[in-house]
Design a protein around this ligand. Structure first.
Ligand SMILES: Nc1nc2c(c(=O)[nH]1)N[C@H]1C(S)=C(S)[C@@H](COP(=O)(O)O)O[C@H]1N2
Ligand SMILES: [Mo]
Length: 318
C-alpha cells in the first residue's frame, strides 16, 4: 500500500475510529462464539446482547469471512454505514430500478458453479475458482463509497487487491485496459429478460488504474460473504470512482489493447464520462456533485475530490 496520507480536512475526529473499533469488536465477538451457522442454540449461548445484535440486523446469517483489517488504506473518516441500511438500498439494475426492493428480488440469486474467467492479452488465460481468489489472502478495507446519484456509504469490504487477481493470468505487455463483465442469466435476473438495458453490465479500467493498490475485488462485506444484492460472489470496488464503475457479480476480466466500451458512457456520454472519477467540481447535468447524502444517517456532507483518495490516485491522472 502507499503510505498513509496526511489526515485530510474532511476527516472526522476520534469518534469515527471508536465506531470502527466497536464494529470490529462485535464481529470478533460473533466469530469467537462460532456463530457461523447461527442456530437457536447459538442464540441461547450468545445471550441477550447477541440476540439484540442479530435481531436488529434482521438479515440472513452467513458464515463469517475472517480477514485482518488493512490499516494502511486511508481512513474513511466516518463510521461504517449500518449493515441493515447498506443491504436494503442497492443499485443492481438486473433486478430492477427500485433501490429498496432489489434485495427482495435478488434474494435467491446465485452463480453456481462460479469461476472468474480472465482472458484476452494474458499469458495464462483461464477460469479461476472463487477459492483461488480468496486464497490470495483476504483482507478487510473500510472504503468510502459514492454513487453518481449523490448518495454515499462507508463499507467494510473483504477481498483482495485487483492487481493480485490479474497477476494470476500474467498480463502481456500489450495489455492497456481491463474490461469488467457482470453475469448474464435471464432466468434469474428479471431485467435481463426485458431488453431495456444492454446487459451484461460491463465497465472497464485503464490497466494502470486496475493495478493501483486501492483497486479491490470484494467477496465479502461486513465480515460475511457478499449477499446477492451486494454482487455475490465477487465484485470490483474502486473507491475513487463513482459506484457504477464497479460491476457486481463479475464473471469475466478481459485484458485488451483498445479502450473497451462501457455501459454508462455508451448510454449517456454527456452524463457519465469514461473515467468517472468522483469530482465535486464537475456537476452532473441534472444535479450538483458538491455534496452527498449518507445512507442511514441521512447526513449531507461535502464530496471530496476522488472521493477522498486524491493523495493516492491523483497521480494516475497527472
Ligand atoms: N452488475 C451491476 N453492477 C453494478 C450495478 C448494476 O446495476 N449492475 N450498479 C452500479 C451502481 S450505479 C452502484 S451505485 C453500485 C451499487 O452497489 P450497492 O448496491 O452494493 O451499494 O453498484 C454498481 N454495480
Ligand atoms: Mo450508482
Amino acid at each position: 500500500m502507499p503510505s498513509t496520507p496526511r489526515r485530510p480536512d474532511w476527516a472526522l475526529p476520534e469518534r469515527a475510529a471508536t465506531d470502527e473499533a466497536a464494529h470490529a469488536t462485535r464481529r470478533r465477538f460473533l466469530r469467537a462464539l462460532g456463530l457461523g451457522g447461527l442456530s437457536a442454540a447459538g442464540l441461547a449461548l450468545g445471550g441477550r446482547e447477541l440476540e439484540r445484535a442479530v435481531a436488529s440486523r434482521g438479515l440472513p446469517v452467513q458464515p463469517p469471512l475472517p480477514a485482518p483489517r488493512n490499516g494502511a488504506v486511508p481512513r474513511a473518516g466516518r463510521p461504517p454505514t449500518a449493515e441493515r441500511h447498506a443491504l436494503r438500498y442497492n443499485n443492481f439494475y438486473e433486478f430492477g430500478e427500485d433501490k429498496r426492493s432489489v434485495w427482495r428480488v435478488a434474494r435467491d440469486f446465485v452463480l453456481d458453479p462460479y469461476s472468474l474467467v480472465i482472458d484476452g492479452l494474458v499469458r495464462r488465460p483461464g477460469a479461476v475458482p472463487l477459492e483461488t481468489v480468496e486464497a490470495l489472502g483476504l483482507e478487510e478495507r473500510v472504503y468510502r463509497f459514492r454513487c453518481v446519484e449523490a448518495w454515499a456509504m462507508t463499507l467494510p469490504w473483504t477481498g483482495v487487491p485487483l492487481a493480485d487477481v490479474l497477476a494470476l493470468a500474467e498480463p502481456e505487455d500489450g495489455a492497456r485496459y481491463v474490461a469488467l463483465q457482470s453475469f448474464h442469466d435471464p432466468a434469474q435476473a428479471p431485467a435481463q429478460r426485458e431488453g431495456r438495458w444492454p446487459f451484461p453490465y460491463h465497465e472497464a479500467l485503464r490497466l494502470d488504474e486496475a493495478l493501483h493498490p486501492l483497486a479491490f475485488v470484494a467477496t465479502g462485506l461486513y465480515g460475511k460473504r457478499l449477499a446477492p444484492q451486494s454482487g455475490a460472489p465477487l465484485r470490483v470496488v474502486l473507491p475513487w470512482k463513482y459506484g457504477y464503475k464497479g460491476p457486481k457479480s463479475v464473471v469475466r476480466l478481459t485484458l485488451t489493447a483498445e479502450r473497451p466500451r462501457t455501459f454508462w458512457n455508451d448510454l449517456q456520454p454527456d452524463e457519465y464520462s469514461w473515467l468517472s472519477n468522483v469530482d465535486p467540481h464537475q456537476p452532473h447535468p441534472r444535479w450538483a456533485q458538491t455534496h452527498e447524502r449518507l445512507v442511514g444517517s441521512g447526513d449531507r456532507v461535502p464530496t471530496a475530490p476522488y472521493n477522498g483518495y486524491a493523495a493516492q490516485v491523483a497521480g494516475l491522472y497527472a
